[in-house]
Design a binder for this molecule. Structure first.
Ligand code: NDP
Length: 284
């Protein structure tokens, strides 16, 4: 019987801490403020936006949305983005990506003030994550996995950890964060040979490949901790993770479900980043 790592439990624990911090900031006259920048109306963005707004509201953080038309030009976009970036009342910015094809992300990555960059777009924050410098902002989803492990007292120090996936949003930064915490990391991807053996040898296995139920029971060692980052829709139209939950659960010591796992913590990490940015802006 494994322990179910529930995202809501982690998020609730984070909420208590954040509410106190927000109250302290407000007493000193600072209202933490996040601006979400959305171009167009992609359903994924809208769903995330609803979750983020709810989380910010719960914590006492002001959440604004800058909604821009799908067909906006690069110069118009940069002009709008600059206004938010330079607004002293805005402590944090979340830009939904990917952007429409006509927009080039690179100048925006260079433009965003690193101290307002809540989801690790800026090369400054990327470099900090890779250098093991925790003064920047890591990608929210990667940090959500760390929050989950911490909440359940799972110390990666000295453990064999396998991360399946090497994207800049999840796999790579998470690997660096785990390395910073003294884990021995193996990062797997589509060209990995012997994926099954490598996964089976992991004491902590993180699945972030975006392939429905690809982690089967024979890929998981007895007693492993299994964190599932994947969000997929299976052939039947159901939401599922990268882990074949029903088959893997009996072998795992800890396992996170999908939905209601890692994904439920991401907006709490976003709120944590906004609070930290507001604290810094107010000189704390
Ligand atoms: P990407 O598609 O950018 O990256 C997927 C990675 O997994 C790649 O490195 C790829 O390897 C690797 N991979 C894919 N298939 C296999 C396979 N069969 N075997 C081994 N490796 C494989 O995805 P993201 O990192 O953006 O997202 C990963 C998952 O996490 C998705 O399901 C996504 O929906 C979810 N996600 C959840 C979030 C949340 O909870 N809020 C936020 C962000 C993502 P290669 O590099 O060789 O192509």
């Amino acid at each position: 019987m494994s322990v179910l790592m529930k995202g809501a439990d982690v998020a609730n624990a984070m909420k208590e801490v954040l509410i106190n911090k927000v109250e302290a900031l407000k007493e000193e006259g600072t209202v933490p403020c996040l601006t979400i920048v959305r171009v167009g109306n992609r359903p994924d963005d809208l769903a995330y936006e609803r979750g983020a707004k709810k989380r910010m509201e719960m914590t006492g953080i002001t959440c604004r949305v800058l909604e821009l038309p799908e067909k906006i030009t690069q110069s118009e976009f940069e002009e709008e983005f600059r206004k938010v970036n330079d607004d002293p009342a805005v402590h944090g910015i979340l830009l939904f990506r990917p952007l429409p094809k006509q927009l080039d992300e690179e100048p925006i990555k260079a433009m965003i003030h690193p101290e307002k960059d809540m989801d690790c777009m800026s090369p400054v924050n990327v470099a900090k994550v890779f250098a093991g410098d925790e003064t920047g902002y890591a990608p929210c989803t990667a940090e959500a996995v760390m929050e989950m492990l911490d909440y359940y007292d799972i110390d990666p120090k000295g453990k064999n950890v396998t991360v399946v996936g090497r994207s800049m949003v999840v796999g790579k930064p998470l690997s660096m964060m785990l390395l910073k915490r003294h884990a021995t990391i193996t990062v797997c991807h589509t060209r990995t040979v012997n994926l099954m053996e490598i996964c089976r040898g992991a004491e902590i296995l993180v699945a972030a490949a975006g392939k429905a139920r690809m982690i089967t029971a024979d890929m998981v060692g007895e007693g492993a901790v299994v964190a599932d980052v994947g969000i997929n829709v299976d052939e039947a139209g159901n939401l599922c993770g990268d882990v074949d939950f029903d088959a893997v659960e009996p072998k795992a010591s800890y396992i996170s479900p999908v939905p209601r796992g890692v994904g439920s913590i991401t907006t709490s990490v976003l709120a944590k980043h906004v609070v930290r940015a507001a604290e810094r802006a107010s000189g704390k």
